[in-house]
Design a protein around this ligand. Structure first.
Ligand code: FES
Length: 599
């Protein structure tokens, strides 16, 4: 497709061409570069959905600079010196005449590594959809209700379990007679152009009924496309798919079912309805028109059916011993408890670990730095990248590693300050902003140095502090100490690849007695599969949703101070990280002012 030229003629006014895609079109009205790109199917990263805040939609104007509007304040602040080199933000710059625009590698979204693997938790096969054969026909039953009759004795029955994530969708086509997974597909959430995090999408939905409809339609279309892909992969017929089970966070749940998202945008963030839902699949045009859909119940405004499914998959609700479950994403859910009592909270850990608001942050796609080790003496880094490609940016696991290594090597102190007094070419200032050079221009795939800036460090500190303080609130609300936790589960795509030691070093998760953290991948997808295969599991899901006690962090008096304390590396109270401080102390750890007295 790369060299094809597409010409869309709207009206002979001006022409916009994108490189290296080779796509061009004529427009008869002013458009933003991002709108023009979307119209042509040119892929440009837009983590904030075009709000002008993420700085990821950078493009270079190769020809026709004079045909673009004046740089906006957002461009001035996010691009700085790069403005003078012809760089602009695609979402902020308006085109009014012919232009040739280069989409640099760093701004191409590319194929993201999507997590579909999860636990294989055993479940007794007891699906809602069953076959009953008699004579030469097969009756398809949903519970005790006959939903279809097939003219052959060996009609297959399939189901489709879907985890609807904010960033990605994962679908599992299953044989309901055997319980086997027949095929697995993953897809980016098609709502991403409307905003890459939940709050941006909720704000978009509030823009009017058309926008709300767009979010609903795109999600249903995305699930339909995945179902069709999964069937094609397994050589199965979508008409054999008689039930879908869907899980997702509360916002995705509301968008999918076209429920009013307004209550999710204002305190006390109460969902329209918490209960499970059984629906006909026909109105959604998903699978067999006589089929059914089941949506697992929610826990609260920001703790959804995906969290219920993760609990099902990890078995926290059956455990005799205290468990800690963290599902890391733009919103991070934390569950602490056991079979007797569970508490859950959701913290806005932000999109930094997805790459937003980070100078060279990116998602986990080819060329993303995912692992970092820094020689404490020379400060030279060794990087590992996805696909062993030339580095083009840093993804979440790389960012946590980088921060941990910078702390260990004394490049940042425990307050997070980059120590510019260090005499090393990799530690420098760009303008007024201190930064550490992770990859020199000659080694990178983007034609410039890849750096971790002081502002990046601050963003990461905010994200990790949100997670740690959320964990602290959940632990104290459940009345257990980190040292008492026996089972630790880390879920989510980012959680699967993260270096556990680095996560503790920077104080993102508590210092447990063990680093034996089970990285459980897409636990929500596993829970959805279990619910597809068993009516009993659906009952368990209902019990979980009623039983889990939700903590609304905004209403917890100590939360703000806990968050501020957790901004330090690893924490203001070093007694919470005795092992880590001992280990880092024997390296090159530099204490910040607030730790001077306690070290
Ligand atoms: S999409 Fe342009 S700044 Fe985020």
């Amino acid at each position: 497709m790369g060299g094809d030229i597409f010409i869309i003629t709207l009206s002979p006014s001006f022409e916009v061409a994108f490189q290296p895609h080779g796509r061009k079109a004529r427009f008869d009205h002013e458009v933003s570069v991002l709108q023009a790109a979307r119209a042509l199917g040119v892929d440009i990263a837009s983590i904030c959905g075009g709000a002008g805040s993420c700085g990821k939609c950078i493009v270079k104007i190769v020809q026709g600079k004079e045909n673009l509007g004046e740089p906006t304040p957002e461009e001035e602040s996010l691009l700085g010196g790069r403005l003078g080199e012809g760089y602009r933000l695609a979402c902020r710059s308006e085109i009014m005449g012919d232009a040739v625009i280069l989409v640099p590698k760093e701004s191409r979204r590319g194929a993201q590594r999507l997590q579909s693997e999860g636990l294989d938790t055993p479940v007794t096969l007891d699906p809602q959809i069953r076959k009953q054969t008699g004579g030469e026909a097969t009756r398809i039953l949903w519970g005790d209700t006959v939903v279809d009759t097939r003219p052959s004795r060996d009609a297959p029955i399939h189901g489709f379990a879907v985890d609807v994530g904010t960033t990605k969708l994962a679908g599992y086509l299953m044989d309901l007679a055997s319980g086997d997974v027949v095929s697995v597909v993953t897809e980016m959430n098609p709502q991403i152009p409307c905003g890459e995090d939940i709050m941006t999408r909720l704000t978009y939905a509030m823009g009017g009924s058309e926008q709300r409809e767009t979010l609903h339609r795109s999600l249903v279309d995305g699930v339909r496309q995945m179902l069709s892909d999964a069937c094609e992969k397994a050589d199965a017929d979508p008409l054999d798919v008689y039930e879908l089970v869907l899980v997702g966070n509360t916002a995705m749940h509301h968008f999918l079912l076209d429920l009013d998202p307004l209550p999710l945008t204002r305190s006390p963030f109460t969902p329209v309805d918490l209960g499970p839902r059984d629906l006909d699949s026909a109105p959604f045009n998903l699978g067999n028109p006589k089929g059914k859909m089941h949506v697992l119940p929610l826990i609260a405004g920001f703790v959804g059916a995906d969290c219920v499914a993760s609990i099902l998959a990890t078995g926290v609700h059956r455990s005799d011993e205290p468990c800690f479950l963290i599902d890391i994403g733009t919103n991070t859910e934390i569950v602490v408890g056991d079979k007797d009592r569970m508490v859950a909270c959701s913290c806005a850990s932000g999109p930094a670990f997805e790459g937003a608001h980070i100078r060279h942050g990116m998602r986990a796609a080819s060329g993303a730095v995912e692992g970092v080790w820094i020689d404490p003496d020379s400060l030279e880094p060794i990087l590992t990248t996805i696909d062993d490609a030339e580095p083009v940016g840093i993804c979440g696991s790389g960012l946590i590693d980088a921060l941990s290594e910078m702390l260990k090597a004394g490049i940042v102190d425990t307050s997070g300050k980059i120590m510019t007094e260090i005499e090393n070419p990799r530690v420098r200032r760009s303008g007024n902003v201190p930064e550490y050079v992770l990859a020199w221009k000659r080694d990178s795939g983007i034609g410039s140095d890849i750096v971790v800036t002081q502002l990046d460090v601050r963003e990461l500190q905010k994200g990790k502090a949100a997670m740690f303080s959320g964990a602290q609130m959940a632990l104290s609300s459940r009345g257990v100490q980190p040292s008492e936790i026996v089972n630790i589960y880390m879920a989510g795509a980012f959680g699967t690849y993260i270096n556990r030691e680095s996560a503790v070093n920077v104080g993102m998760i508590p210092e447990f007695n063990t680093l034996d953290i089970q990285q459980v991948g897409n636990a929500a997808g596993t829970g959805a599969r279990m619910a597809l295969l068993s009516g009993g599991v659906r009952e368990e899901a209902q019990t979980i949703s009623r039983k889990v006690e939700y903590i609304e962090l905004a209403t917890v008096a100590e939360y703000n101070q806990a968050f501020l304390d957790a901004l330090l590396l690893p924490h203001r109270d070093l007694n919470l990280f005795p092992g880590t401080v001992k280990k880092l102390g024997s390296a090159h750890l530099q204490y910040g002012r607030l730790h001077e007295k306690t070290k």
